[in-house]
Ligand binder design. Structure first.
Ligand code: NAD
Ligand code: UDP
Length: 319
């Protein structure tokens, strides 16, 4: 199959491309390199079945493909809040352009949506039927509401134009290739522990998240794309941790001497988040296989090798 991955030079997209290329597909990666990097897909650049196109999805493009994994959108609050209007354009205009492409060439279209559509949830764990509690005018809205309208667009193109859609609601995902300056909690804590600087916890650290290792997530995305259910389907690891527990785990694994520093909680920061994955289990026969300890260890190894040259690194035994 010829498969388009938008945002393919990013964290999740590049892991997805590794799997698709290994499975023998022809892959087109579309990216404007806002948070993505060529080095994430370096090993495929000269492969005859691989094509990289530098393109901003807010502009239309004509391509012939069978499937579209639509991942293009900055995912870290730091990056999506840097230029919020652009984030909205990427989610609205960009998703419309990609759905228009899917409609024209009759490609199956998978939207990488997010647990953020649930906002600061009153229902716990979050089931797909829950409609969410999202602030439409806050600093996270460009992303949360952007993804909600992206879902709306996907379902309207499906109902109105018969586009074959799949919608994944992805929960916090981590792993190798996250940017050092990504700003999300796992990468921040790991980099801080490796550099022997205080681990930053926003608020009192009692807020929770559920962390999914990237290879598990990619498996879920591919099962959804190639299965019969359009979704939405939650994809995430239901093991829930407070941010303080996560920091302690990173501290123990990387640098027991590292200090912890408490900083103000950002506006609208969700208090808790955990996926109900009953749909993913029954529809896709999918559930995560990699626990936090194992996933953190692989993530720390990757960050450690990337910033090895740095004199300040203080790595102790890795597990
Ligand atoms: P990422 O920032 O590493 O990747 C996003 C990619 O999209 C980057 O390569 C970036 O350059 C590209 N991009 C951004 N705007 C673009 C535009 N206008 N045109 C073309 N390319 C553009 O993020 P990620 O963690 O890999 O997330 C991938 C997708 O999964 C995103 O849609 C995100 O919303 C979704 N998601 C991720 C998580 C997570 O925890 N990582 C959770 C929920 C949803
Ligand atoms: N967070 C933190 N320290 C950091 C970065 C983030 O305590 O250095 C917190 C953040 O306030 C949030 C949680 O960790 O409560 C997850 O943040 P992240 O940005 O990774 O993802 P999201 O909030 O989008 O789930």
């Amino acid at each position: 199959m010829r498969i388009l991955v938008t945002g393919g030079a990013g964290f999740i997209g590049s892991h997805l491309i590794d799997r698709l290329m290994t499975d023998g597909h022809e892959v087109i990666c579309l990216d404007n390199f806002y948070t993505g990097h060529k080095h994430n897909i370096l090993k495929w650049l000269n492969h005859p079945y691989f094509e990289l196109i530098r393109h901003d999805i807010t502009e239309p493009i004509r391509l012939e493909v069978n499937q579209i994994y639509h991942l293009a959108c900055p995912a870290s609050p730091v990056h999506y809040q840097y230029n919020p209007v652009k984030t909205v354009k990427t989610n609205v205009l960009g998703t419309m352009n990609m759905l228009g492409l899917a409609k024209r060439v009759k490609a199956r279209f998978l939207l990488a949506s997010t647990s953020e559509v649930y906002g600061d949830p009153e229902v716990h764990p979050q089931v797909e039927e829950y409609r969410g509690s999202v602030n439409p005018i806050g600093i996270r809205s460009c992303y949360d509401e952007g993804k909600r309208i992206a879902e709306t667009l996907a379902f309207d193109y499906h109902r109105q134009n018969d586009v074959d859609i799949r919608v994944a609601r992805i929960f916090n995902t981590y792993g190798p290739r996250m940017l050092e300056n990504d700003g999300r909690v796992v990468s921040n804590l790991v980099v801080q522990a490796l550099r022997d600087i205080p681990l930053t916890i926003y608020g009192d650290g009692s807020q929770t998240r559920s962390f999914c290792y990237v290879s598990d997530l990619v498996e879920g995305l591919m099962r959804l794309m190639n299965g019969d259910h359009i979704g939405p389907v939650n994809l995430g690891n239901p093991d829930e941790y407070t941010i303080l527990e996560l920091a302690t785990a990173v501290q123990k694994l990387v640098n027991p001497q590292a200090d912890i520093k408490f900083e103000p909680l950002p506006q609208d920061d969700p208090r808790r988040r955990r996926p109900d994955i009953t749909r993913a289990k029954t529809w896709l026969n999918w559930e995560p296989t990699i626990g936090l300890q194992q996933g953190l260890k692989m993530t720390v190894e990757d960050f450690s090798s990337r910033i090895k040259g740095d004199q300040r690194i203080a790595v102790t035994e890795l597990g």
